[in-house]
Design a protein around this ligand. Structure first.
Ligand code: ADP
Length: 195
């Protein structure tokens, strides 16, 4: 019997995880996304939303009782202690979602877990292999600013809130070099899949 592959796909913010995720999804592989679970963890009425409202007050509430994510981002990316508080709230919820989904997909030979904070949250234990989508620091900054319409200071704060790519590089089983164009990235994804 061939062992099931549980591919942890990580990187830095804007290094290209979603781009790789789209290539893998196009091949029909099931994809589990930590960002979706983190968002779901703050839906109105959830334990997570309750904790955030209790800590930051009604000023963090948007229309329809939703959490105002931009306002929450402003708080946590401007204050390390608050970011850690939010991460400690969300990480166990996200891990529980992965546990449940992986159980439901137990018969699948390959499952991809897209997890920006894979190492930071210790989620590599769910994976049989970890792929890092890598690029250089200037590319990361420029792609982030362009994609999210952020100024340089805000973009740098978001990058600084994660482990640097240089640290993650040493822990990954596969490093996908996204310093080139989309074709080069796609070729590396094919190669990594046939490992
Ligand atoms: P992540 O999911 O890691 O945050 P994305 O896949 O969203 O990163 O990529 C960040 C931004 O950079 C997106 O706007 C994407 O289109 C762009 N991008 C990704 N890879 C490349 C590349 N090889 N060359 C140029 N732009 C890229």
């Amino acid at each position: 019997m061939v062992a099931a592959r549980r591919i942890g796909l990580t990187g830095g913010i804007a290094s290209g995880k979603s781009s790789v995720g789209r290539l893998l999804a196009a091949r029909g592989l099931p994809l589990l996304d930590a960002d979706v679970y983190a968002r779901d963890a703050l839906t109105p009425g959830s334990t997570g939303a309750g904790a955030v409202l209790e800590r930051y007050g009604d000023g963090i509430r948007a229309h329809g009782g939703e959490i105002n994510r931009a306002a929450l981002g402003q708080i946590v990316f401007g204050d390390n202690a608050e970011r850690r508080w939010l991460e400690q709230l969300l990480h166990p919820i996200v891990r529980a979602c992965f546990d449940a989904k992986l159980q439901a997909l137990a018969a699948e030979p390959v499952v991809v877990l897209v997890v920006p904070l894979l190492f930071e949250a210790g989620l590599e234990t769910l994976c049989s292999e970890v792929w890092l989508v890598d690029c250089n620091e200037t590319q990361q900054l420029q792609r982030l600013m362009a994609r999210d319409g952020l100024g340089e200071a805000d973009a740098r704060a978001r990058i600084a809130a994660q482990w640097p790519l240089a640290r993650k590089r040493q822990l990954a089983d596969v490093v996908l070099n996204n310093r080139g164009g989309p074709d080069q990235l796609a070729a590396q994804v094919e190669q990594a899949l046939s490992r």
